[in-house]
Design a binder for this molecule. Structure first.
Ligand SMILES: [Mg+2]
Length: 165
């Protein structure tokens, strides 16, 4: 890897969890087990395998973590809290629009103050369109598509790529 990773920015829907739209969930949420929660209408959200280990290990390495999610903030943050994952993130960036380049601007502004440069930032999303939007504005950010046809499709693999074996 050309630059040390200092900041990992993660999409939520279809990346951290196997659900396409946290905004569609009906509160309150109830945790069923380590990796499953159910909303008020019976809809389930499945956390990907290895997410907690990945976040834990990134934190232990001193890497900053942020979300970058197109959702109603109360819904997406409720999912993170129900899984008790919110505490791993230094910044919870969730906004109800698809302009992830605008969200990334705020994220970079936040972490620039902590000494993070664009080229030390990695952005992980399942949608190529979002990755492209961010790359157009910030060409030095490293992007990874989390998708069966993408760069990576599991957290243990993401861990190997970004945090080493
Ligand atoms: Mg997504």
């Amino acid at each position: 890897m050309p630059n040390r990773v200092k900041l990992i920015v993660l999409d939520l829907d279809q990346v951290l969890w196997d659900h396409h739209d946290a905004t569609s969930l009906a509160l309150p949420l109830r945790r069923v087990d380590e990796r499953t929660l159910v909303d008020a209408s019976g809809d389930k959200v499945f956390l990907r395998e290895g997410v907690r280990d990945f976040l834990e290990r990134a934190k232990n390495k001193g890497i900053y973590l942020s979300t970058c999610s197109w959702n109603e903030p109360d819904k997406a943050i409720a999912v993170l809290r129900t899984f008790q994952l919110d505490r791993y993130f230094d910044l919870l960036m969730v906004e109800p629009h698809p302009e992830k380049d605008r969200m990334m601007e705020k994220i970079l502004n936040h972490f620039t103050l902590r000494g993070v440069r664009e080229e030390e930032t990695v952005f992980v999303d399942d949608k190529e369109e979002m990755l492209e939007k961010v790359r157009r504005r910030y060409p030095r950010i490293r992007t990874l598509r989390f998708h069966p046809d993408g760069d990576v499709y599991s957290f243990p693999d993401l861990e190997r790529i970004l945090l080493g074996g």
